[in-house]
Design a protein around this ligand. Structure first.
Ligand SMILES: Nc1ncnc2c1ncn2[C@@H]1O[C@H](COP(=O)(O)OP(=O)(O)OP(=O)(O)O)[C@@H](O)[C@H]1O
Length: 294
């Protein structure tokens, strides 16, 4: 089965920042969550993958075809992608409904009735000016535009930022429906890791321009755990052999020490008195990036 996007060894250098050796793929039917701290390199990766900036190294394949920025093949393939970057993409004087005219001119596959349905689901009046939209409403418009030409791949950069929890759930439902048919996929960067707990299949974390981990989401949220230890318990746990050397991440707080462990069930069996909580994606990322590897 051909991946929707394959990013291999991607690199981009700026004066004060370098993205290097980034590998990432989206299989049909999958939602890949792309996470990392501010300035870690998420947007740079997505822009380089879409040919919006020229990478210094690496290859990007869209739907199995290698692409280079500026090539006509890239333009053709881009019509099969829906993109939401972190700002509303339309001029402030444009009305919501006018975005449909832009879509009709831009995409042979534009579906005006699907666009109208999405506007109505999102509670957006076609008559409203873009300048009158809140940030969240602008994101909804951009998302409706990205979906209305029936793309096969959605690339979302902070697409749910600025949406209230109810609107985020509406958007997540739409994204879930989008991948449900099995041949489409989503690559989404976000700081709202709870959204990824609801819809992602795989999590990729970047830090300081390099991939730190790539993991099925379930391995994080079903198997990993955070052991809440007192100081003495940390060394007992680490010396027990229940956690392989280097696989634990230890972070001390004023009130105790958190230890990220890959198999919370094994730790709970070996130490029945220890509290071992399920790890959230946020726990996993924070402890992996900031904790001491032991
Ligand atoms: N055009 C540019 N020129 C120089 N440096 C840039 C440029 N674009 C991005 N950078 C730098 O690249 C680094 C990564 O930025 P990027 O926007 O990819 O991070 P991010 O992970 O998306 O962050 P955030 O979560 O805050 O959106 C930052 O240090 C940023 O200042």
């Amino acid at each position: 089965m051909t991946n929707l996007i394959d990013i291999e060894n991607l690199g981009k250098r700026y004066d004060d920042f370098a993205l290097a050796g980034v590998n990432l793929a989206v299989e049909p039917g999958c939602v890949v969550g792309f996470i990392g701290s501010n300035g870690a390199g998420k947007t740079t990766t997505l822009k380089a993958a879409l040919g919006l900036i020229a990478p210094d190294e690496g290859t990007v394949r869209l739907f199995g075809q290698a692409v280079t920025p500026g090539s006509s093949a890239l333009d053709d393939l881009k019509s099969r992608i829906g993109v939401v970057l972190d700002t509303c993409a339309f001029p402030s004087t444009c009305r919501v409904g006018d975005a449909g005219l832009i879509g009709r001119a831009a995409y042979a596959t534009w579906d005006a009735s699907h666009f109208s349905r999405l506007l109505s689901t999102f509670g957006l009046s076609p008559k409203k000016k873009v300048s009158e939209l809140s940030r969240g409403m602008g994101m909804k418009l951009t998302l409706a535009f990205a979906l209305a030409h029936h793309p096969e791949l959605l690339v979302l950069d902070e697409a749910t930022a600025g949406l209230d929890p109810i609107a985020r759930d509406e958007v997540l439902d739409i994204l879930r429906d989008f991948v449900a048919e099995g041949d489409r996929g989503i690559l989404m960067s976000t700081h709202i890791t709870s959204d990824l707990e609801k819809i992602a299949d795989e999590i990729v974390c970047v830090d300081n321009g390099a991939i730190v981990f790539t993991s099925p989401k379930d391995v994080i949220t079903d198997e990993a755990g955070v052991a809440r230890c007192r100081a003495a318990e940390v060394e007992t746990l680490l010396a027990s052999g229940v956690v392989a050397p280097g696989a634990a991440h230890v972070m001390r707080h004023d009130y105790g020490t958190d230890v990220l462990v890959p198999d919370r069930f094994a730790v709970a069996r070996a130490f029945p008195d220890l509290v071992v909580d399920k790890a959230t994606i946020e726990d996993y990322m924070t402890l992996t990036l900031k904790g001491e590897s032991r």
